[in-house]
Write a protein that binds this ligand. Structure first.
Ligand code: PLP
Length: 394
């Protein structure tokens, strides 16, 4: 009889979004036709920008012409896209060769697949509250998971504690769900810890494009010593609206080695075994994001989400509730009023003002008592949700 991966049994039910869905459905059944304001969504709502659409159309046309047709693409990514992404980092002062850039189908795929590089005995550290995929992917790969809680006292940005023992460290900045962003010094403390102990950082930069404050690191490779201890995972999902189109990239420096093994070379070996590359059409669309016109257009879209954030922040400032995020991230992380628990606050908002957010308890136990609002909704819904929140909470 075949032996199964028993770790599936250790996964907690992904109860958060299922449970939200159930509660919303029940409300809709009891209150047919009543409009709801969905401020919990992690998906974007604006379409792809015109530069990307044009590039995608052109690439489709290429596939119809013998001379311009592309079959299998290189497993690690098309040189034209690897090159422009390396150039994009170069403009921010991070020198990369195109061979250090790997094109992927998105950050989620990579967060799971990269675990192939590490031995089963390695322990994964997850800073909580956290994007649930870190814990689940680690459990499925049979890894021991350590949880490092954070809270209001450290702005939800924990630093390595004395005696901490971890092999693989998941860092996410700007963070989902808290919207908090590591300062250079805070991130440097993790880089130093990893270099001193031989640990390795998986740096999830899915929201880097939302950072507007100068001086905050958008890439871990802006810090001294990061190239010998970190892998960076990026995505065009939130940066450029590719959630349904699927494209990302991962940076693995050539200088990254552990136990005499080179991680860049290992990943080339892994990709050439496990993928046949990302589609030519999508990579052409992705390359358009990095043109000056593409950058301008995606910034306009990000600007719409940032305006939503401002509308919500104004209300929370007015009613005097503690929150973080919003300024450099598409999420706001709010302390529930009057000592309410996350789910209690969820029910209260749905019942009283038909606003739907995400209970913080769904992102790890230290998220209890907090609540996530997303800024990816439409401006109209956001303004109305903000108006209702202000009236309810003032
Ligand atoms: N990382 C974080 C922190 C996310 O919030 C998300 C999606 O919400 C992802 C990764 C997944 O990104 P992708 O769409 O590229 O798989």
């Amino acid at each position: 009889m075949i032996a199964m991966n028993k770790h599936y049994g250790e996964l907690q039910d992904s109860y958060l979004f299922y449970h939200i869905g159930q509660k919303v459905k029940a409300y809709e059944k009891e209150h047919p036709g009543v409009p709801l304001y969905r401020m919990g969504i992690g998906d974007v709502t604006l379409p792809l920008c015109s530069q990307v659409i044009r590039a995608l159309h052109e690439a489709v046309d290429d596939q119809a012409v013998k001379e311009r047709f592309h079959g299998y693409m290189p497993e690690c990514g098309a040189p034209f896209l690897r090159e422009v992404i390396a150039g994009h980092y170069g403009k921010r002062g991070v020198a990369l060769s195109q061979k250090e850039v790997f094109i992927s189908s998105g950050a989620s795929d990579e967060l799971g697949d990269l675990l192939d590089l590490f031995g089963r005995e390695s322990t994964a550290l997850v800073l909580e509250p956290a994007y649930p995929a870190y814990v689940d992917a680690s459990i499925l790969a049979g890894r021991n998971v350590l949880h490092l809680a954070s809270g209001r006292e450290n702005g939800f940005l924990p630093e390595p504690e004395k005696g901490l023992k971890a092999d693989l460290i998941y860092l996410c900045s700007p963070n989902n769900p808290t919207g908090a962003v590591f300062s250079r010094n805070q991130l440097q403390s993790w880089v130093n810890y990893a270099n001193q102990t031989g640990a390795l950082i998986l740096f999830d930069a899915a929201y880097e494009a939302f950072i507007e404050e100068p001086g905050l690191p958008r890439s871990i490779f802006e810090l001294d010593g990061a190239k010998t201890c970190a892998i960076e995972i990026c995505s065009l999902s939130k940066t450029a609206g590719f959630t349904g189109t699927r494209l990302g990239y991962t940076i693995i420096p050539k200088a990254l080695e552990r136990e005499g093994m080179n991680l860049n070379a290992m990943w080339v070996r892994n990709r050439t075994t496990k993928t046949n590359g990302v589609s030519y059409i999508l990579q052409k669309g992705g390359a358009a994001v990095f043109t000056p016109e593409g950058q301008k257009e995606i910034q306009e879209n990000i600007g719409v989400y940032k305006k939503n954030a401002k509308v919500l922040m104004k209300v929370f400032d007015q009613v005097g509730l503690w929150y973080c995020g919003g300024k450099n991230a598409p999420y706001l992380w709010l302390e529930c009023p009057k000592g309410m628990k996350s789910w209690e606050f969820f029910d209260y908002l749905l019942r009283e003002i038909q606003v739907i957010g995400t209970p913080g308890a769904g992102f790890g136990s230290c998220g209890e008592g907090y609540f996530r609002f997303s800024t990816f909704g439409s401006p109209e819904d956001t303004v109305e949700a903000a108006r209702r929140l202000e009236k309810l909470l003032e």
